[in-house]
Write a protein that binds this ligand. Structure first.
Ligand SMILES: [Zn+2]
Length: 173
């Protein structure tokens, strides 16, 4: 009981701080969905994002494999994943699977219309880049036909640093 009161008291403070938090922000309620494309200047993105989020979302960077964010991801329960740049809902734990690749993996987006894909040749061969439709932020890549035992045999290999996790409500009194 005391713990519940304490959590209720500090929750708003945590929410304020999570904007700048690495590696993966978590909040208790789903963010409001953007109604239009989110277009900011580089300076505004730098203000809004952590340096690591900026490097990934705006400069197509990649987080370290098997890092803290990956371990955190593996331990998360059911919930939804939102874009750290613009709050758009991108993935759900329903399509999460353990690919053992070192990055958060999903076999499908939660809302396919919120994702755009594009082929890049950054490493000298074709890879399909995955971006957020609303802020055009780089999320990761999607790989096909790797033989995973999932309904799609696709692996959306996503940087967890640029996701916001909202666990499903556990209000069971
Ligand atoms: Zn976004």
């Amino acid at each position: 009981m005391k713990m519940a009161i304490l959590l209720a008291a500090i929750a708003p403070l945590l929410l304020v701080n999570c904007k700048k938090q690495d590696p993966m922000a978590t909040q208790s309620t789903p963010p409001e969905q953007p109604e239009a494309k989110v277009e900011l200047t580089n300076a505004e993105w730098k203000e809004k994002l952590t340096p690591e989020q900026y490097r990934i979302l705006r400069e197509a960077g990649t987080e370290a494999a098997n890092g803290e964010v990956y371990h955190e991801f593996k331990e998360q329960g059911t919930g939804s994943y939102f874009c750290a740049g613009c709050d758009t809902k991108l993935f759900s734990s329903n399509e999460k699977f353990d690919s053992k690749c070192g990055w958060p993996s999903f076999y499908d987006p939660a809302d396919a219309q919120n994702i755009v894909t594009d082929t890049d040749f950054d490493l000298g061969y074709a890879r399909t880049e995955v971006r957020c439709k609303n802020c055009d932020g780089h999320l990761g890549h999607v790989f096909l036909g790797e033989g995973f035992n999932t309904p799609t045999d696709k692996r959306y290999c996503i940087n967890g640093t640029v996701l916001k996790f909202v666990p499903d409500s556990v209000d069971k009194e």
